[in-house]
Design a protein. Structure first.
Length: 173
């Protein structure tokens, strides 16, 4: 069962959502090119660091605005509700976890997590190439998980837009 309400997400939540979506997808697409073009590494890291910083601020803002965020359009306890909460929760995990693993991977390869050469995130672990390769593998798996979650998420949004015809799309966009 779907309920239609006129409630919208606060502007700050919408801005974080759009900005992070754009930047994280761009970072992902650049990540796919890294093997053929190592020159893109600086840009990949800088955009990824931006995603990480914005994701931390987003979580803080989400907690700050929790009372003004509209409730789910799905009935509490339904399969759709469970799917929605699981995918949203896991999207938060990859939003923070994937760039964090990238940060650790860079450190283990012996490089800082740099933001356009302007500043570096603190170096958390020392150089260790074996570890770097393992962390890099996990970072790549995390990026694959992000692709799967994003596909489910966008599919869910499209179903709400076309099939359920509720206001889920409008209230976030
Ligand atoms: C690019 C296409 C995308 C579309 C069309 C889209 C659409 C939406 C819509 C319509 C909602 C509102 C759901 C509701 O009110 O129940 C939403 C929420 C959400 N989206 Fe997206 N989204 C996209 C990309 C992303 C990406 C890339 C991420 C993660 C990096 C993401 C993470 C989230 C999260 C975590 C929520 C829940 C918000 C909250 O309650 O805190 N979305 N999305
Ligand atoms: C926003 C989130 C990010 C996404 C979606 C992402 C995605 C990817 C992808 C798809 C790859 C290629 C993996 C492969 O070929 O197996 C990659 C590689 C890499 N990324 Fe990211 N990345 C993100 C953030 C970061 C950040 C913040 C850093 C470091 C500051 C970083 C550092 C690296 C490094 C060093 C590699 C090469 C790993 C290796 O050679 O094993 N990434 N990333």
């Amino acid at each position: 069962m779907s309920t239609v309400s006129t409630a919208k997400y606060p502007l700050s939540v919408k801005l974080f959502h759009s900005l992070i979506a754009l930047l994280m997808i761009a970072t992902l697409v650049i990540g796919w090119q890294l093997e053929d073009n190592e020159d893109l590494m600086g840009l990949h890291k800088s955009l990824g660091v931006t995603v990480f910083v914005l994701a931390v601020l987003r979580v803080v803002n989400r907690i700050r605005t929790k009372d003004s965020v509209p409730g789910s359009v799905n009935a509490v306890g339904s399969m759709q509700y469970l799917a929605e909460k699981t995918v949203h929760g896991l999207l938060y995990v990859v939003m923070l976890g994937v760039p964090f693993m990238g940060w650790l991977t860079s450190n283990a390869f012996g490089y800082p997590a740099s933001f356009f050469g302007l500043f570096n995130l603190p170096t958390l672990i020392g150089k260790n190439i074996d570890l770097a390769e393992q962390l890099g593998g996990l970072h790549g798996l995390g990026a694959d998980a992000f692709v799967v979650l994003l596909a489910l998420h966008v599919l869910g949004a499209i179903v709400h837009l076309i099939v359920s015809k509720d206001n889920v799309f409008k209230r976030m966009m």
